[in-house]
Structures are given as structure tokens and as C-alpha cells.
Design a binder for this molecule. Structure first.
Ligand code: BGC
Length: 700
């Protein structure tokens, strides 16, 4: 197949654009359906077909309403969420995830998949954190770049979102982010920069929020100055759905396509209103010519035009290989937070009677979360995973132990259309629970506590769900919902060996019981195979190798966005903390997290030795020897942090600047080479197993 270079693509796009009428051009730059733009039939230019992302390809909707078509042919592979993927610290798995997503998107006939989300986790309370990778820009970009390449290999565009500084859901359409440019560039922009430069992402989605007073989807600063002029981006910029607010500003900005959530397609800002202004001469037609050229270039890249179409990749969905990838990622995403006395793994042969407690043991998470919802082909819950693994000779007893707050009747399928109301997002606190519910929970608790005494093996599986980790929603605090703290405390009192598993997309407070829990495991929304992967870790079929991609604070007030800046405010989000986000804040201000960035245990142990620096082709590498000193094969993520020896006040104490994950058999030893990005003389190089478990230092 002939692949045109950028110059040829542009020449062809310009020639084609020159043949279009104003009406036709207008049709191409705004949604004509909720997930589709118009094509130009007479010239065989198709419309662009888009779908969410990022955990799989979303179900089909009616073209002009958020009603599901209710088909049975749009079930898909449900992939682990981006937080889970980031917890693997495995670039290869990120590529594999993108590869599955791209193949499935193409397999479902899509041109653009709306992901990955690369926003920084500024606060643990942001409802969309599960869609994002990390609090750290380096880890985020290292995972995002292979992901994008995996997607785009399938003649499908990744749409990297949400550009930029989109870190809260409260008032998400209007909140104005106040941030100093240094922090913007060091923390919030690098993932987008690398997505453009290294990932070569074909499309980018603007953010809902404002930055320096401008709506991001029509921002001169972000789109014109930074994205196009500084970074030389020549892909397509798509608005978030309903993120455009003004015809002239949008037309004059580097936004290429306006999408929204309502069915008045002709009234979109870049539809009839723009056409009228052009006809009146208030906006030159040339303002939209470049947008059309960009779109045609994208179509050229995706082999959507002319003869290339014949050879366009066709993709596939729901293949066994895709499910295997979902399982591979899920296995490496599980984080063993605590394992005092090596109580884990449990022994499958001795597990004759197991008591599994907690609503999350038996809950499907795929259909929730907002636009990231998935119509999963299936979802193996933890309970099912445990039963699949143990087989029929084991007696697995399941009791809920707690229950969530029943959903209000009016939680309708059309939340997305309604999402433009009230600024598009809010903080949803626990509120006062009704008495009947409190009584029911108490009864559930009493039932299970008396049972737990009698069992040798008790596994509690709780945490959050998409009522909390959800688009349009920020959490009020990090406390566990549904009185789970009471339940866990009681369980640990009657059965101190209880294994505690948390499922969620963002950390929760654990202070009330964490010291008494010997074994504590974190599992995310880990896709269709997530429950099996968790069971395999609990029973030792898989040695855990996940590491936290974010700090697990003791309470949200230990996070700088709350302690220092502000969060979930209506008008302005003041990022007064500057670059001190996540571990950068904890390190500089000597605050102890519950579990630190990069933390994650294994069933084996690793020794670090003999670190040294090497140079090659202008790059600096850290070399060291890692030995598996335990009895089980396992994977370790070697993390490299750079620390300025003389730190100025506005600099981080240390920053992650390299990592590699290695597999070692028991007793095996290997030399590992890790690139240390941005290394400069005068820096201390720290090599470790987490941000606070530094094993070796090189100070030159
Ligand atoms: C979300 C985007 C999503 C879009 C389309 C918006 O509400 O912010 O991430 O891609 O809807 O569903």
C-alpha cells in the first residue's frame, strides 16, 4: 500500500479541499450525528466515525440520541482501565492494550477512538481518575506513547484527551484553571507533548475547562500557540462534546471539528452560525479551509480515501487474543500493598472452605463510569475468578456484608445530554443515608461477622465502584462508602487473618484498619478478566508485580490540591501548589503517605547492586544488577529518580525519570539498563523499588 509522506498528504488534501463548496466544508467540521461528521458523497469523502474509549469500544447509539440501539453485536473486549494499565509499569502491555483497542475500533468500523486520557491525577478525588494513568508526567507519557502507536497501527486515530489541565469534574464546562506556566509545562503538558512528538497521535481532544480564561476547545494559547506553533502539530483537533462556546473564537482557533451532546446539529457553533458569518464576510472562508485540509490529511493517514481504501486494515473484535491481552494486563496490574507475615498467597490446595465477603466480589463494573462505560462481552468478577480457580471441591461461601446506596430511579440513559447543565459536573458527597438502609447494612454486618469467626480463609473484597469513580462527579473525600470501615474493623477483630482487597480507580482512606490488616491487595477496574487475575494473585498462580502509579494519601488533605491549592471550586481552580503534585509534594513537605508512589510488593524479593552511569549517543543510562533472592519467579520494576543536589525552592526533591520492568527466575541475576531522561551533572541518581524504597544512589 502506498503511504504518502506528510508533504504529499497535504498536497492531495489541499487539492481535494479546493473542490469543495462552503456547505460541504461546513459539514465536515461539525458533528452531523453524536459520533459522526458529514462526508461529501460526490467526491467519495466519507464522514468520520468516532467512539469512546478508552477501556474498549463503546456501544452503538441512535445517531441523534443517547438511546442505546440495543443491538447484540456491539459487545466488546473490556480492557483494564488506564490506572490499572499504568500500575503494570509495562510499556509492552500498553502497546498491546492500544493494539487491541485499535483493532476493535476498526473491527467495529470506527475511524477515531476517543482515548487515551492522559490527564494528570492532581487530586485523588477527581471522578475520572480511573481513565487516567498517573500523577506523574513521566510515567503517563511512557505509557501513553506505546498505547497510541498500538491503536494507530490499525488505521484508526487515537484521540488523546483532554487537552489540557482537565483535572476535576465539578463545573467542568466553566471552571477556569489558574496555574503558573512552569507547572503547566512540567506537569500537565508533557504527556500531550510526547503524544504529539513521539506517539504521532492523529487527533487530540480539547478539554471542557477553561485555562487562563479561555475555553480550552477554542483556546488561542493552547491550540494555536502551544500545539500548532510550538509543537508543530499537524493532526486534527476535536472538541470535547459540548466544549465549544463561541463561533468566532472556534473558527479562528486551531480547533478542527466541533462535537456535542445534543441533536441540534445544524445549530452547532461551527455549523449554520459559522456559515452565516462567512457568507456575511465576518469570518474569511480561509479560516475553515485549513480545518478541512487537516481532516482530509487525517483521512489520508487512515487510508480512507480513493484507492487506499481497498487496503485499509479491517480490524477484529472479541478475538481470543484480545481477551488474553486483557488478562495479561490485569495480572500485572494488581498491587500487593501489604503482606505482613507472608500470609499471602493463600494455598489453593488447603482452601476447602473460603468465605468471600463484599459487594465488589460480585459486581460488574463495565457498564459504569460515564463515557468510558463498556458493553463487555463478559466480566469475570473476583468471586467467579476465585471459584474458577479453586474448582468444585472447594466450598466458596459468599455474603455481601455491605450494600451500596440504591440508585435513584431517574438515573437515565441520557445523562450525557443532560451533562451540559449545571456546568457539567459536581461533587457528590455521601449525604445522609436513610434509616432503613443503615439498619440493613447493620444486619448484613452482624450476619457476616458471626460467620467470619468460623472460617480459616476470609477474603473481603470492597472499595469503590462507578458511583464514585465516575465522569461528571468528584468525590467529597477519600472515605470508603457504605460503612465498609466498620465492617472491615469488625472482620479483622474476629478474624485477624482476613485478606482485604480493595477495588477502585482511586485511593481510599484506610487509616481505621490498615495497621491490623496483614494482607492488603489493590485491584482496579481491571477489565473482563480482572476477577480471574485477582484470584490468581491471591492464590499464588501469579506473582504480583503492580506498582502504584499514584500516591495513596492517608486522607485527601495530604494532597497538595486540597492542602494548598483548591479543588472542586465552581469558578476558579487555583493550582497554587504549582509543580508540587503527588509525591513531589509529599517528598518536599515531609508528609507520609499510606502507600507511596511506585510501591508494590512481590511474593519474592529483589536485591539491587552495583549501579553506575553510562553514556551513549548523548543519552545517560543507569546500569545496575538485580537479583531475585527469593523462591518464586517474579517481575520487578526498577525505578530511577533524579534528585538535584542543590535544590531551588520551586524544584522537586526527586522525579521519576526512568524505569524498566524485568522478569527473573529464583536466584537469577541480570544487569538492567534504564535510560535516565533529562539527566544533568549535579544530580543524584536514585535507583529503587519505589519512590521511598531507594536501594542505590549515584552521586557524581
Ligand atoms: C467526555 C469525553 C468523551 C465524550 C464523548 C464527554 O462527556 O468528556 O471524554 O469522549 O463525552 O462521549
Amino acid at each position: 500500500m502506498k503511504n504518502f509522506n506528510d508533504r504529499e498528504l497535504r498536497e492531495r488534501a489541499e487539492a481535494l479541499a479546493g473542490r469543495l463548496t462552503l456547505e460541504e466544508k461546513i459539514g465536515m467540521i461539525h458533528g452531523a450525528e453524536l459520533f459522526r461528521t458529514k462526508g461529501v458523497e460526490r467526491l467519495k469523502i466519507p464522514g468520520l466515525s468516532m467512539s469512546d474509549g478508552p477501556m474498549g469500544v463503546r456501544q452503538e447509539f441512535e445517531p441523534d440520541s443517547w438511546k442505546s440501539l440495543g443491538n447484540h453485536d456491539d459487545y466488546v473486549t473490556y480492557l483494564p482501565c488506564n490506572s490499572a494499565l499504568a500500575a503494570t509499569w509495562n510499556r509492552g502491555l500498553s502497546y498491546a492494550t492500544g493494539d487491541v483497542l485499535g483493532a476493535e475500533a476498526r473491527g467495529r468500523g470506527k475511524d477515531v477512538i476517543l482515548g487515551p486520557g492522559v490527564n494528570i491525577k492532581r487530586s485523588p478525588l477527581c471522578g475520572r481518575n480511573f481513565e487516567y494513568f498517573s500523577e506523574d508526567p513521566y510515567l503517563t507519557k511512557e505509557m501513553a506513547v506505546p498505547y497510541i502507536k498500538g491503536v494507530q497501527k490499525w488505521d484508526v486515530a487515537a484521540c488523546v484527551k483532554h487537552f489540557a489541565a482537565n483535572n476535576q469534574e465539578t463545573q467542568r464546562l466553566w471552571v477556569d484553571v489558574k496555574i503558573d506556566e512552569k507547572a503547566l509545562r512540567e506537569i500537565y503538558l508533557p504527556a500531550f507533548y510526547d503524544a504529539v512528538k513521539r506517539g504521532k497521535c492523529y487527533t487530540i481532544m480539547g478539554a471542557y475547562n477553561r485555562l487562563y480564561g479561555e475555553h480550552c476547545c477554542q483556546s488561542d494559547f493552547l491550540l494555536n500557540r502551544i500545539l500548532r506553533e510550538e509543537w508543530g502539530y499537524d493532526g486534527v483537533v476535536i472538541s470535547d462534546w459540548g466544549g465549544v462556546h463561541d463561533t468566532k473564537e472556534a473558527a479562528n482557533s486551531q480547533l478542527d471539528i466541533e462535537m456535542s451532546v445534543t441533536d441540534n446539529f445544524d445549530e452547532y457553533y461551527m455549523a449554520e452560525p459559522l456559515k452565516k458569518l462567512i457568507e456575511k464576510g465576518e469570518i474569511p472562508e480561509s479560516a475553515i479551509d485549513e480545518k478541512v485540509v487537516q481532516i482530509l490529511m487525517l483521512m489520508g493517514r487512515l487510508h480512507m480515501l480513493g484507492d487506499a481504501l481497498e487496503e485499509r486494515k479491517c480490524g477484529a473484535y472479541n478475538t481470543p487474543e484480545h481477551r488474553q491481552t486483557a488478562l495479561d494486563v490485569a495480572r500485572e496490574s494488581v498491587v500487593l500493598l501489604k503482606n505482613s507475615g507472608n500470609r499471602l498467597p493463600l494455598c489453593p490446595e488447603r482452601a476447602r472452605e473460603v468465605l468471600v465477603i463484599g459487594e465488589n466480589a460480585d459486581m460488574h463494573h463495565a457498564p459504569g463510569g460515564g463515557s468510558a462505560e463498556i458493553k463487555a462481552l463478559y466480566e469475570i468478577t473476583p468471586l467467579m475468578g476465585i471459584k474458577m480457580l479453586l474448582g468444585g471441591n472447594a466450598k466458596v461461601t459468599y455474603v455481601k456484608g455491605y450494600c451500596q446506596t440504591p440508585k435513584k430511579e431517574d438515573t437515565d440513559a441520557n445523562w450525557q445530554e443532560a451533562s451540559l447543565e449545571n456546568g457539567g459536573g459536581e461533587v457528590r458527597g455521601a449525604g445522609k443515608e436513610d434509616e432503613a438502609l443503615v439498619a440493613r447494612r447493620k444486619a448484613l454486618r452482624e450476619e457476616v461477622v458471626s460467620m467470619a469467626k468460623a472460617f480459616d480463609q476470609v477474603i473481603f473484597i470492597g472499595g469503590l465502584n462507578h458511583e464514585h469513580d465516575c465522569e461528571g462527579n468528584d468525590r467529597a473525600d477519600m472515605r470508603l462508602p457504605y460503612e465498609q470501615d466498620e465492617l472491615i474493623e469488625r472482620l479483622l477483630a474476629v478474624n485477624p487473618d482476613t485478606v482485604v482487597v480493595m477495588v477502585g480507580g482511586s485511593p481510599v482512606e484506610m487509616g481505621r484498619w490498615v495497621d491490623r490488616a496483614d494482607s492488603l491487595v489493590w485491584s482496579w477496574y481491571a477489565g473482563m478478566e480482572g476477577g480471574l487475575a485477582l484470584a490468581e494473585v491471591l492464590f499464588g498462580k501469579v506473582n504480583p508485580s503492580g506498582k502504584l502509579p499514584e500516591s495513596f494519601y492517608k486522607t485527601h488533605m495530604d494532597c497538595s490540591a486540597h492542602a494548598w491549592g483548591n479543588f472542586a471550586q465552581k469558578e476558579t481552580a487555583d493550582y497554587a501548589e504549582g509543580i508540587f503534585v503527588g509525591y513531589r509534594y509529599l517528598d518536599a513537605f515531609h508528609i507520609e503517605p499510606e502507600f507511596c508512589f511506585g510501591h508494590g510488593l512481590s511474593y519474592t524479593s529483589f536485591a539491587y547492586e552495583a549501579a553506575c552511569l553510562t553514556e551513549k549517543d548523548g543519552k545517560t543510562y543507569v546500569e545496575c544488577r538485580i537479583t531475585n533472592t527469593g523462591k518464586k519467579a517474579g517481575k520487578e520494576t526498577v525505578q530511577v529518580y533524579l534528585a538535584p543536589r542543590e535544590r531551588s525552592e520551586d524544584e522537586a526533591v526527586q522525579q521519576l525519570k526512568g524505569f524498566e520492568k524485568v522478569f527473573l527466575e529464583p536466584g537469577e541475576s541480570r544487569r538492567v539498563t534504564v535510560e535516565a531522561e533529562d539527566y544533568r551533572a549535579g544530580m543524584e541518581v536514585r535507583v529503587g523499588s519505589s519512590s521511598r524504597d531507594i536501594r542505590l544512589c549515584i552521586a557524581q
